[in-house]
Design a protein around this ligand. Structure first.
Ligand SMILES: Cc1cc2nc3c(=O)[nH]c(=O)nc-3n(C[C@H](O)[C@H](O)[C@H](O)COP(=O)(O)OP(=O)(O)OC[C@H]3O[C@@H](n4cnc5c(N)ncnc54)[C@H](O)[C@@H]3O)c2cc1C
Length: 349
């Protein structure tokens, strides 16, 4: 899918997820990078700004995914584009293909079909149990052109009116372009509004964003749902492992899931090799991701749950952000529990 295309540079990911053993998997080929941002600016419901340094590439995701495809092919993968595939389980793994008759057999299946994952569900993983209204965000985004936004700052807008239960973003893509979107969650949408109306409201009426976006043109639109409640309570069965969005591997406080999809994909591949070479059970996959990214995913979920308590109330949310200040806000976005606030966050959550 195309997305915000926000992709922290490797040095930031080393700080964000310090226990990941193989970060080579997230190296983006230079030609897939549209531009690079040097900081994040968070804008509170009342327009207060908090900016902190954080370097990230903004990808051309089409190109990025086609390079990933080239890499997979160079290791012998067959890629069949445009096929709606289904998983037909059996005792020895199962069959994957458009129909049972046209399917191919695999001893190990990796569910990488995004959220919600039909494959994970058919494998008996708790995909359906996950799907609560607080656990899933709906995201929508325009690619806008003819803009005069700062090209090296990514902005996150906390705006309960136009991104209820989530946040709005302006992510510059170079040459006067930007990804402009909102994420929302259903329990926070009080009025009888459609998500497209909310995005229009964000673009035209958010006091800060509307000034930044004046004169911009909408070039294309995408939308999708995103799991924001942390990983599934079980991510493997005897023969299936779920990775990326299919396993809920999105950082709940920032909505980033490209790199965690790559990292969990890599760990699942390693578990598959160990399965074939040493008959190691696939539980080793879950043990690995818990060891390498489990703590940050857990922290991030805790803080998302804590901020759920104040998100709907613009005034309170604004006050909380001002009390926290820039350093602690940066910690929350980066999946760390801010210093001295652990008990408070746990109490709120
Ligand atoms: C609007 C929006 C903005 C976002 N912005 C960012 C961002 O800036 N930075 C970031 O890190 N993350 C962002 N995310 C999250 C990120 O896009 C996902 O976490 C990431 O794409 C997960 O990768 P994945 O491979 O697990 O799933 P996906 O990217 O969803 O890929 C799953 C693939 O499987 C295919 N598929 C599904 N079912 C079938 C089937 N039956 N047969 C064949 N193919 C199938 C789908 O077509 C898709 O190509 C954003 C998400 C959205 C919705």
């Amino acid at each position: 899918m195309r997305c915000g295309e926000y992709y922290p540079v490797r040095a930031e990911m080393e700080k964000l997820l310090p226990r990941v053993k193989n970060l080579d998997v997230i190296d983006a080929p230079p030609e897939t990078v549209d531009t690079t941002c040097r900081s994040i600016r968070l804008i509170s419901p009342k327009g207060h700004e908090f900016e902190f340094p954080f370097a990230a590439h903004i990808l051309d995701r089409h190109l990025f995914e086609s390079r990933l495809g080239d890499l997979a092919r160079s290791h012998g993968a067959d890629i069949d584009i445009g096929v709606q595939a289904h998983y037909f389980p059996d005792e020895q793994g199962g069959w994957v293909g458009p129909t049972r008759e046209k399917a191919v057999h695999g001893d190990i299946i990796i569910a990488a079909d995004g959220y919600p994952s039909e494959t994970a569900e058919r494998a008996g993983l708790p995909e359906r149990a996950y799907a609560g209204p607080y656990a899933v965000a709906t995201n929508i985004e325009y690619l806008m052109t003819d803009l005069n936004v700062e090209q090296d700052v990514a902005e996150m807008y906390m705006d309960p009116r136009y991104s209820p239960g989530g946040y709005g973003w302006i992510i510059p893509k170079g040459h006067g372009r930007a990804n402009v979107g909102i994420g929302i969650r259903e329990p926070y949408v009080q009025r009888d509004w459609q998500i497209r109306d909310l995005l229009t409201g964000f673009i035209e009426k958010n006091t800060v964003a509307s000034k930044r976006l004046t004169g911009g043109k909408k070039a294309s639109m995408i939308g999708d749902s995103l799991p924001v409640d942390g990983p599934l309570s079980r991510t493997y069965s005897d023969r299936v492992m779920a990775v990326g969005d299919a396993a809920g591997m999105v950082m709940p406080t920032n909505g980033g899931g490209i790199q965690t999809a790559l990292i969990t994909g890599d760990l699942a591949a390693e578990a598959a090799v160990n399965y074939f070479e040493h008959q190691t059970p696939l539980s080793s996959y879950e043990a690995s991701w818990k060891d390498q990214i489990g703590l940050e995913m857990e922290n991030s979920k805790l803080m998302r749950q804590a901020s759920d308590r104040v998100m709907a109330h613009g005034f309170l949310f604004d006050l909380m952000l001002r009390i926290m200040g820039t350093k602690r806000i940066a910690d929350v976005i980066m999946c760390q529990i801010p210093g001295g606030m652990g008990s408070f966050m746990r109490l709120l959550a």
